[in-house]
Write a protein that binds this ligand. Structure first.
Ligand code: ATP
Ligand code: MG
Length: 285
């Protein structure tokens, strides 16, 4: 029996979310605090716990068949692997930051400066494209302290809220790349492995759809139903059931998480009452 080998980050910012995603896909396994790999009890996969930096190479060499990691790392490593699916977590950006007291005339600031980063390939491509000649200091962690200890004039690092930069007296001046977690795969999987991967991707999409949508129930006067259906198109069209009270209906539909507040206001002005919004566990389109 064939098994799909999935590499996830052993410990770090991706590990909890990677673990949770697989669990929500119905794949049960113990976590990797002390082991390097483990088998799932109820799905033909083996989970390998690795450093995120190593995952692209291992997937290229088929030590692992697929891997979950930040797109930033996939692009930096530039290995021969396929990006199979965006996962919607670990959203962040790769940005250039300078000491906060320095004035910033534009990208030319970086000419003849020393910039510390863990992303030498992406940064050097960016500088080349923009005709900037800077010196790149490759360091593997705690990049944000480099200017403070005199190692560099500026940094190119992963940012989400920007608070780490601020704490270290730095300010973000430009973004090079936006990133989120993705699944990458080896390009030459056997037919059996591809079949397991398809089942897994099907489940992952159902989990992603569920996260991106909410189930909504509301009551409304019959006269408002047409207007409400226009606001809430749903998966196909909303379900409408009569209420015991004459002239009233209950309407059920699906609404996108990111459109949700805007729709609620529209629904209220259209006459909707008793609105319930419920998380969806899985959603298969
Ligand atoms: P490892 O020990 O596995 O090499 P690491 O220290 O290099 O881990 P982490 O800091 O855990 O890496 O980050 C892993 C990935 O998580 C990054 O490559 C990026 O895609 C994403 N990430 C990093 N920082 C943030 C953040 N502040 N917010 C959201 N996502 C982030
Ligand atoms: Mg790493």
């Amino acid at each position: 029996m064939s098994e799909l080998k999935i590499a996830i980050q052993k410990s770090g910012r991706l590990s909890d979310n990677s673990h949770r995603l697989l669990e929500e896909c119905g794949i049960k396994f113990s976590n990797g605090t002390s082991v390097l790999k483990t088998r799932a009890a109820n799905f033909p996969v083996e989970i390998l716990f690795l450093r995120d930096d190593d995952i692209p190479q291992y997937v290229e060499q088929q030590v692992a068949d697929i891997g979950i990691l930040g797109e930033n790392m996939v692009l930096e490593k530039n290995k021969n692997v396929a990006v199979l699916e965006q996962l919607g977590f670990a959203q962040c950006r790769l940005s250039l930051a300078i000491r906060k007291e320095e004035s910033y005339p534009g990208l030319q600031y970086f000419n003849n400066k020393r910039v510390a980063t863990s992303y030498p390939r992406l940064l050097s491509d960016y500088f080349t494209e923009n005709n900037i000649k800077a010196e790149i200091e490759e360091i593997s962690g705690s990049v944000e302290i480099a200017p403070g200890i005199g190692l560099a004039d500026a940094v190119c690092d992963i940012v989400s809220s920007g608070s780490t930069l601020m704490t270290n007296g730095l300010r973000e001046v430009t973004t090079i790349l936006r990133s989120e977690a993705v699944i990458i795969g080896n390009k030459k999987l056997s037919e059996e492995k591809k079949a397991i991967l398809d089942r897994l991707l099907f489940r992952i999409r159902a989990v992603k759809n569920a996260r991106e949508n909410k189930y909504i129930l509301l009551n409304a006067p019959e006269a408002s139903i047409q207007e409400i259906c226009r606001i809430l198109p749903g998966m196909k069209s909303p379900t409408i059931l009569p209420l015991a009270e004459k002239g009233w209906c209950s309407l059920h539909s699906v609404v996108k998480e990111d459109e949700f507040w805007e729709r609620i206001d529209q629904l209220k002005s259209a006459g909707a009452e008793g609105i319930l919004v419920i998380p969806i566990e899985k959603m298969i389109k």
